[in-house]
Ligand binder design. Structure first.
Ligand SMILES: Cc1cc2nc3c(=O)[nH]c(=O)nc-3n(C[C@H](O)[C@H](O)[C@H](O)COP(=O)(O)O)c2cc1C
Ligand SMILES: C=C(O[C@@H]1CC(C(=O)O)=C[C@@H](OP(=O)(O)O)[C@H]1O)C(=O)O
Length: 366
């Protein structure tokens, strides 16, 4: 089942971008948790479309309504369902090109898999819009983790060829991460941030789009979370990260660069400081044998450039089975990266909460 995920915390997402609503059912949250709904709203606003010229002009408030599983300001322990109504669809953008396949989007594969019955309007169930319910669930997970001082934060590492430094893999702290994610455009170097924004605007002006990399750190995860092989921290995170539309790469710690290091360089050597066991370096991204080692968990997520662009491209008419051309019209993100930052953090929080529920439960919340 494509829309379902999870072992301990179970998620089921539903909806289409131009349908009545999108939403999520979360099963496995213990009863008795008071949710900070303002916190959830703020996370949703970090992702919401239509806020500035770097984003799609489609304006959605992304207000959520909790339909079940929440009573007297506490979770009940039964499935928690939340919906987000779609209010600003403009389906005519998709009507005249409904059989013309957009290169790079899911039009062709969706048509094949669902035999032409898929809702093509706005990308339907393949739309980046379906990440809004993920951010809802992630905001619940994030606030539960924060009560244990586990903080998740990201910065925009690159847009196109413009790149800023990486996080300090060893000494990164929760307070610093919170400061970065409170920014509208989360970068460490604001001068670089301006260059990145200009790069996005240039792509937009050229009727084109641009991609980039998001780097994420999770701090204060105790050693011992995760399992070897199929339930490794890396494999579970990668599964959800790759579920985000437009994600085409994920790397942990030093990532692909680790292949150019000798063992004497990539081994993170241990030391004891007071009662804590730490490593001097963190090229393994806080995970060894699939299990957290207590160092910051560090990973980078690569997102491709937005597929729907105004530039002329070659494609096919799937109904007429003829070659043709397309210039995609409508309201699209010239770059997905800025709006994907809270989505990446959300899925990381969901994975981590799933692991913690399995390990010892979350007694600090009840
Ligand atoms: C937050 C977010 C916003 C997106 N906005 C757009 C958009 O405006 N236009 C578009 O064509 N694709 C957009 N996408 C990407 C497409 O949904 C995605 O490329 C498509 O479903 C194909 O999936 P794939 O790229 O993972 O193969 C967005 C994705 C995310 C996560
Ligand atoms: C609505 C959102 O983003 C949408 C994601 C998207 C896509 O193809 O992924 C295409 C666009 O849809 P539409 O053509 O309906 O404006 C974006 O606006 C959102 O993220 O909430």
């Amino acid at each position: 089942m494509s829309g379902m995920w999870g072992d301990n915390l179970k998620l089921s997402i539903f909806g289409e971008s131009h349908g009545k609503a999108i939403g999520i059912v979360i099963d496995g949250l213990p009863g008795g948790i008071t949710l900070d709904t303002e916190y959830i709203y703020k996370e949703m606003q970090r992702r919401a479309p239509g806020k500035n010229k770097l984003s799609t002009p489609r304006k959605e408030k992304d207000q959520f309504e909790i339909l079940s599983g929440y009573f007297n300001n506490k979770t009940t322990g039964t499935p928690l369902c939340a919906v987000i109504y779609n209010t600003n669809q403009r389906s005519k953008d998709y009507e005249k090109t409904k059989s013309i396949i957009r290169p790079g989007h899911a039009d062709y594969t969706g048509y094949i898999k669902y035999k032409g019955f898929n809702d093509y309007r706005g990308g339907g169930h393949f739309s980046g819009r379906i990440t809004a319910p993920l951010v809802f669930a992630g905001a619940i997970a994030k606030q539960i983790l924060e009560k244990k001082d586990i903080i998740i934060g990201s910065h925009i590492k690159s847009i196109g060829e413009i790149n800023e430094n990486s996080f300090d893999a060893v000494n990164i702290e929760g307070g610093f991460l919170k400061e970065i994610i409170s920014k509208d455009f989360p970068v460490m170097d604001d001068e670089k941030g301006i260059k990145m924004k200009n790069r996005i605007l240039k792509a937009k002006e050229d009727m084109d789009s641009v991609g980039g990399i998001i780097e994420t750190a999770i701090v204060n995860v105790p050693a011992g979370v995760g399992s070897p092989f199929f339930d490794s921290v890396e494999s579970k995170l990668a599964q959800l990260l790759f579920s985000i539309p437009a994600v085409k790469g994920v790397e942990f710690g030093a990532g692909f660069d680790i292949t150019r290091m000798k063992g004497s360089e990539s081994n993170d050597e241990f030391f004891i400081e007071k009662d804590d066991i730490k490593t001097y370096t963190n090229y393994n991204g806080g995970v060894l044998g699939g299990i957290s080692n207590g160092m910051p968990i560090l990973f980078r997520t690569a997102l491709k450039a937005t597929p729907s662009i105004g530039k002329l491209q070659r494609t096919i008419d799937i109904q007429k089975r003829k070659n043709t051309e397309i210039k995609v019209e409508g309201r699209h993100d010239p770059c997905i990266v800025p709006r994907a930052v809270p989505v990446v953090e959300a899925v990381a929080a969901i994975v981590l909460l799933d692991f913690l529920i399995e390990k010892d439960g979350i007694p600090w919340m009840i």
